[in-house]
Design a protein around this ligand. Structure first.
Ligand code: ZN
Length: 297
């Protein structure tokens, strides 16, 4: 892929059996989205260079502001907004967190998940944003800026990443570091956007694709692609959890308006509907997938 004369290969499984599924991505019309028909992953091409990535993350708040996603630079406000989702997450995976377990969360932000988790476990956090890291420190015994800073002598029962793994351009190298840090018998738990998002896989909505594909999400994973990535990194599949974060009201608003932000009338009517999400979760057609892999079979 580095050589432009070379035929494009899937960066996950190496297949050339690819389809272009979108001809632009949000804020970067020169990039295209491909889909691998073998491991079912979506990926961007070209991906950002290291230098582009640095510039991009330096202006990350600008990026999210432009997208109309509510941004607050106040850690407390951000933290409070993150708690409900962290509670839902905890309910889904708390069976992996035993009393006294050592946990490392990579990309822990203000620590909404760690606040809950630290009530039973000993937590360590990796968070590049200094304000968020400082805020999260109240729930942790140690904090680091990057995972590379965590000494290999540190060992954890669980490493978790929520909406972080899709930002990692070289998942193989990342898993190698994780493998050094996880105890034998330990787990890695990730939550990422899922290629089977109904607005893509069921409704095939162009307006959504224009918004959804973004330069920092290098991959949109499938269960099959995750199995490939983790097995290549020496891990074994333990559990897959399909999660639908957005409800019927959000999907109808997308179909009605072709843009994010919802619609108060639709929220009033369908905001409490849980059946729609249940159907999607039971069939694996969800916007989000959680993947649990074990270091030992
Ligand atoms: Zn592939």
């Amino acid at each position: 892929m580095k050589n432009s004369n070379k035929k494009l290969e899937c960066p996950i499984c190496g297949s050339m059996n690819l389809d272009q599924i979108h001809d632009r991505i949000w804020s970067a019309p020169d990039k295209k989205v491909y889909y691998c028909k073998d491991c079912l992953v979506g990926f961007l091409n070209p991906m950002m260079t290291k230098a582009e990535e640095k510039t991009f993350y330096a202006a990350y708040n600008e990026h999210t502001k432009k997208r109309g996603v509510t941004v607050t630079t106040d850690p407390l406000e951000f933290h409070q907004k993150s708690v409900p989702e962290a509670l839902i997450r905890w309910e889904r995976i708390n069976h992996f967190f035993k009393e006294g377990s050592r946990i490392l969360e990579v990309g822990g932000s203000t620590g909404a998940f760690l606040e809950i988790c630290s009530q039973v476990c000993e937590c360590v956090c990796v968070e590049p944003d200094s304000l968020n890291r400082k805020f999260a420190s109240q729930f942790c015994i140690a904090q680091y800026e990057y995972i590379e800073d965590v000494p290999d002598s540190e060992k954890f029962d669980v490493i978790c990443l929520f909406h972080v793994f899709e930002h990692i351009q070289n998942p193989g190298a990342f898993l190698k570091k994780c493998s050094q840090l996880i105890k034998d018998g330990g787990f890695i738990i990730i939550e990422v956007p899922h290629i089977e998002d109904p607005l893509l896989s069921v409704y095939d909505l162009k307006a959504y694709k224009d918004f959804y594909f973004q330069p920092m999400h290098h991959y949109i994973y499938s269960a099959k692609a995750l199995k490939h990535v983790f097995e290549s990194g020496g891990f074994f599949e333990k559990e897959i959890i399909y999660c639908q974060r957005y409800g019927l009201d959000n999907h109808l608003a997308w179909l009605k308006k072709g843009k994010p932000g919802g619609d108060p009338k639709l929220t009033e009517l369908f905001g409490n509907n849980t059946e729609y999400c249940s159907v999607l979760e039971n069939t694996g057609k969800t916007d989000t997938i959680m993947y649990v892999a074990a270091k030992e079979r």
